[in-house]
Write a protein that binds this ligand. Sequence first.
Ligand SMILES: Nc1ncnc2c1ncn2[C@@H]1O[C@H](COP(=O)(O)OP(=O)(O)OP(=O)(O)O)[C@@H](O)[C@H]1O
Length: 695
Amino acid sequence: MADADEYGAQVAKQGSLVRQLKKDGAEPEKIKAEVDKLKTMKSELEKLVKAQSASEPQMNRTSFDQMLVRKFFVVPSFEIHGGVAGLFDLGPPACGLKANILSMWREHFVLQENMLEMDCTNLTPHNVLKTSGHVDRFTDLMVKDEVTGVCARADKLLEDAIDHLIDNNPTMPQSEKDEHLLVQRQADAYKPEEIDVLLKKYEVKSPEGNPFGASFPFNLMFKTTIGPEGTSDAYLRPETAQGLFVNFKRLVEYNAGKLPFAAAQIGLGFRNEISPKGGLLRVREFCMAEIEHFCDPNDKLYPRFKLVKDKVLTLFSADNQLSTGKTDQMTIGDAVSKKLVDNETLGFFLARTQIFCERIGMDPARIRFRQHLKTEMAHYACDCWDLEVKTSYGWMECAGHADRSAYDLTVHAKATKTDLVATKMLSKPQTIEIAKIKLNRKQLGMVFKAEQRAVANAIDDLAQSWANFEPFAAKLEADGKAEIAGFEVTKDMFTYEKKSKTIHEIKYTPSVIEPSFGIGRILYSLLEHSFDVRENDEQRTFLKFKPVVAPIKVAVLALQKDNQFEPIISDLKASLMDLNLSSKVDDSTASLGKRYARSDELGIPFAITVDFDTVSSSTVTMRDRDSMTQIRAKINDIVGMLKLLCTEKMLWADCVKKYGLVAGADDEEGGEKKPVGKTFIQSTGRGRFSRPTVV
Ligand SMILES: Nc1ncnc2c1ncn2[C@@H]1O[C@H](COP(=O)(O)OP(=O)(O)OP(=O)(O)O)[C@@H](O)[C@H]1O
């Protein structure tokens, strides 16, 4: 089947051809023929779009959300008091899932890349966040319903209005659709006056039909004070990163002065979101896992890049966002060598993120990396790519990857007059040209007073390289004054002369490459990607968590209520506990099939059933959730198999083979045997299946 996007482009071309013919005053028959062709193509396109959306994974969000609450994955916080928008509590299964995701994240990034992990405070004083720019710029544009006073985020209103427009006009020509989509992709990069014009153009109104007032920036940080006097302003941190930047001096010392290295932190971030929605996707308090990789700005190679260079990623470049609207499949090696991704270190993290998502069980077909448009990026950033994951809410950013250059360390160093630099020892001494400065302190003091030290430092810093100093000196000579670090200095404030200097080391402010994960968004996306229904039975939903992330690894069931089974079950639980394998006993009187279904809904990958044969032969059956097949073996062997199955070491089919077993259909109907393809072997009468040979 042709791709709807591609075919859409052909339809758009045909549309332009018709317009051109009309403009050129072509023969009416010729125009008619092309118009007819266009009509046929449009109806063909409609069919394609319909077919394509039918083949995409669909889910009923209401039943999914209900399942999450019913199974106690996620519930609104303070529910019995009426709840608070944007705040959620995780119940036991989601807590287990989150803990497993975080433990894999630690292992995948912190351990494997030798990162230095920190745990910094949530409460952050005003001056830290003023320095980082958050006090002045950590804002979203907000509009207020002029009648009810209810606030909404301007960019999200614009995005929704465009979705609505496109959805309600299925025959809209592709070229027109592209124009709207282009506006939509830039929604969070517009200035207030620009977005106001667009909100008017798309006739955006509140749900009650009321007009919105002009947009204005709203700071997302929660403000508080530290101490009983209430005089020391502070905020709940909006990200964990600042804690790592302000500890850079100690981190680099701890790392024996060596660069590159990365620091990492897992912790809470708080944002007073204007319109929290989408369950865990946009909340006001969320778990973040952030990495700050510090490196030489002139050397962003990554020695372990070769290990990931062949990993194929789906990349949505800034250029494509502004032109074709299409993604490209490309190895990260190619993307870096073509300079589409700025450098190896950034590329390495993109590939590692993709591998991480696959390891925890996300659907690779619903993962892409979107490059920030120039208008979206901060002026100091040189390249940024968001991991976007497709959910029933559309594509959602789940992790940012930003090359933030030296911005963060520079601003904190400047504000605190602390050297946040790294030192590179040279293999042999080098002679460099510098400017030797003699300050006129009296003059500097008179003009700059308390700030004279800052000015002197700025001049001194610039003077460390003649190449950097020369243009400044030339301006000073020509105009008698020049600007440095925001100060206007004049010729009479210092003298200089060009000198040579032998150096043995170079000091520099490191660049920072920052992968920043929102764990709640990852968790929610994983829940959606794991949600499935049994073939031929839409009522039977299950979560196909990979065993390694599944919060509960094993369901332990007794065939029926019987005292004989109790000691066996408690021994079995103890053996599982020894291996750190979480389990859940379901000893209710429901049928085995019902209990399997219940454990499937919790995403438990394996179920062990204790029956009367267990008493005499110490064998149990173990059922695999995904294939719904089962094997019978000695309890000890089953526990050994589980150890392999739950640690990414082996898949069910391989494990069954390794143990010389044959899997048969599960015994959902309480012991009835149903053949599954060729794998079923008739019962010998003793056990449920032919006696397996356990190796
Ligand atoms: N309100 C939120 N709720 C849940 N997770 C969030 C929220 N805001 C940010 N995140 C997560 O934190 C990560 C890093 O934060 P970052 O500042 O890059 O997000 P952002 O660009 O502000 O996100 P958005 O544009 O969606 O608000 C994001 O990739 C996302 O996974």
